[in-house]
Design a protein around this ligand. Structure first.
Ligand SMILES: Cc1cc2nc3c(=O)[nH]c(=O)nc-3n(C[C@H](O)[C@H](O)[C@H](O)COP(=O)(O)OP(=O)(O)OC[C@H]3O[C@@H](n4cnc5c(N)ncnc54)[C@H](O)[C@@H]3O)c2cc1C
Length: 370
């Protein structure tokens, strides 16, 4: 059975029907994750040698895109899990990797901090040596998807000694980890993106992911292909979902006055055409980013950043258009459009934010022209 065939019943029978409840009650999508795990999809990018499916970026894109059409919240939780796995796979102990592959272990990225804010390359959290074999982590993480729900956090700190940053695999049950307040967000409400405080959390040196001080290089090598692409993909799937709902409404809504429908209005049709164009442009750019990664093209890094920014911004516009063309009906919950409109707001402010990406890409353009 191919990956999408095993995913489809989970989305149709579990994730889509639960999406409104996940949103309104801010419920973590635990059942969905268990179902994904039972089909091997939490171990999608885990190596076959530890029992995973041994797949990669193209397959992760397919899975996240399909889920995001109906529940961007679950898609984002899975995105963060895959991103964590991309960093765990090259470095972590075999039992952890096996547990992920078997669907028993959820992970996430714990990067953003109250001090560094969206400048995720400059953490203020520390990792102080404690004897020969451990460090003590201290940090205030600001918004971490699956906080208090994941089994582990892929955690960034400043290096223990010298310059740079360091990555750690942190067991979420360790003493000293605290979640001071629960996430009550505008969108992606079930994804438990709460703050995490670490106070003298003792982590074995064996849980370090890569060398001390090499965190940014490790992220560039192992995380960079996944993170921007999958965040972009939540936006791409979301746009497909919101357009599907808007088109359903427009195609079946009529005026009693003369029997004509919303679909007879050229203005509405033009809005929809432009929104579809935006969504398709973002999807094609995302597809090209995946191809650039697979082919090792020199423009891969640029494409990855572009696809995240393009998809995040397109999702803002497309979800706005869906609200507009569906009128007051979209204000109500039952169309599911206002939920996707709210969910769409997250990607552009998830680091690297769209404005940070614009600055990075613009600087590269100016440097090249200088
Ligand atoms: C739903 C959700 C889930 C999240 N999940 C995670 C997670 O799992 N793990 C994690 O580590 N983090 C996560 N984050 C945090 C996220 O990655 C960002 O760090 C966070 O959203 C930044 O918010 P802030 O208030 O600190 O932004 P600020 O840094 O205060 O930015 C405010 C504004 O200034 C702009 N800005 C900042 N710096 C620059 C610059 N150099 N150039 C131009 N403009 C700039 C920003 O684009 C933004 O518009 C999540 C965020 C959200 C919304």
């Amino acid at each position: 059975m191919d990956i999408l065939s095993s995913l489809e019943p989970i989305v149709r029978d579990l994730i889509a029907p639960a999406a409104a409840h996940t949103d309104s009650q801010a419920v973590y999508p635990r059942q969905a994750l268990q179902a994904l795990g039972s089909q091997g999809l939490l171990g999608l990018i885990s190596a076959a040698e530890v029992g995973g499916m041994g797949a990669g970026l193209p397959e992760a894109v397919q899975v996240v895109e399909r889920i995001a059409q109906d529940c961007p919240c679950t898609a984002m939780v899975l995105t963060m899990h895959y991103c964590g796995v991309a960093l765990i796979e090259p470095f972590a102990a075999e039992d952890t990797r096996r547990s992920i592959a078997q669907g028993h272990h959820i992970t996430t990225l714990a990067v953003s901090e109250t001090g560094s804010r969206s400048h995720i390359w400059a953490p203020t959290g520390t990792a102080a040596a404690q004897g020969q074999d451990a460090v003590l982590l201290n940090a205030q993480k600001s918004m971490i998807t699956s906080a208090g729900e994941a089994d582990s956090y892929v955690w960034i700190s400043r290096a223990s000694t010298g310059e740079g940053n360091t990555l750690w695999l942190v067991d979420s049950r360790l003493p000293g980890l605290q979640i001071p307040s629960r996430f009550d967000g505008m969108g992606l409400r079930g994804n438990a993106s709460s703050p995490i405080i670490a106070k003298d959390v003792a982590v074995p040196l064996a849980c370090r992911l890569g060398e001390d001080g090499q965190g940014e290089d490790v992220k560039t090598r192992y995380l960079m292909p996944y993170f921007p692409t999958l965040i972009a993909t939540t936006s791409v799937g979301l746009m497909q979902g919101v357009l599907r709902r808007a088109l359903q409404h427009v195609a079946h809504t009529r005026f009693a006055e003369n029997g004509s429908g919303l679909a007879d209005l050229p203005t509405i049709r033009a809005y929809l055409a432009k929104a579809q164009l935006k969504a398709d442009q973002a999807r094609l750019l995302r597809d090209d980013a995946v191809q650039a990664v697979l082919a090792g093209r020199p423009d891969a890094k640029t494409r990855l950043l572009q696809c995240k920014a393009a998809a995040a911004e397109a999702a803002l516009e497309v979800s706005d258009t869906a609200m507009r063309v569906c009128g007051g009906a979209a204000f109500r919950k039952e169309l599911g459009i206002e939920r996707l409109f709210r969910d769409a707001r997250a990607a552009s402010v998830m680091a690297p934010t769209t404005d940070v990406i614009y600055d990075l890409l613009g600087k590269a353009l100016c440097d090249a022209a200088a």
